[in-house]
Design a protein around this ligand. Structure first.
Ligand SMILES: [Zn+2]
Length: 173
């Protein structure tokens, strides 16, 4: 279009066109081409501005994605570390339990396992200050007297919840 305008202008300047009507047409075309060129330049400018704004938005979103990804990576690493710690603890507790279980007579261990299943995971409870820590009930006088009279190796049971009662120096006997 610019070439055409230049060509028109050259023809006008050359003086080759002498007819007033042709001259007028040529001038009109030059004006019209100039206007169209101006319009196109405006459009190009607008497109460039929009492209710039889109590029800014892309950069902003890319940065946000990378920041969120960083947080995800961080959380994943912490979760994995925690999982590893839990696994390690579970392994060591399992080993400890095996050692303890090895020193418990078979029939007592069987009773304990049965109670543990029946009593929501707690098969034995400490007798603490005359109270069964399994069901939290205090033993009555008769029960306490029975506990006091029992030999140290007798397996005692809570009359209320039936759990194995474990005597300690804090049992309040
Ligand atoms: Zn109890």
């Amino acid at each position: 279009m610019r070439q055409r305008a230049t060509r028109d202008q050259q023809r006008l300047d050359s003086g080759a066109i002498t007819s007033p009507k042709d001259l007028e047409n040529l001038q009109r075309e030059i004006v019209s081409l100039a206007k169209r060129q101006g319009d196109l330049e405006d459009i190009v400018l607008e497109v460039m501005e929009r492209r710039e704004s889109v590029q800014e938005r892309v950069a902003e979103l890319t940065e946000r994605v990378s920041s969120v990804q960083g947080k995800v990576d961080d959380a994943t690493a912490r979760r994995d570390a925690a999982q590893e710690e839990i696994d390690g603890e579970a392994a060591s507790v399992t080993k400890e339990r095996e050692v303890v279980a090895g020193s418990v007579p078979d029939d007592l261990l069987k009773l304990y396992e049965k109670l543990r299943v029946q009593q929501g995971g707690v098969g034995a409870a400490r007798l603490f200050q005359r109270r069964c820590e399994g069901c939290q009930l205090e033993l009555n006088i008769t029960e306490l007297n029975d506990v006091r009279a029992a030999a140290p190796d007798t397996v005692l049971r809570c009359e209320n919840c039936r759990r194995i009662l474990v005597r300690t120096s804090e049992s309040g006997l």
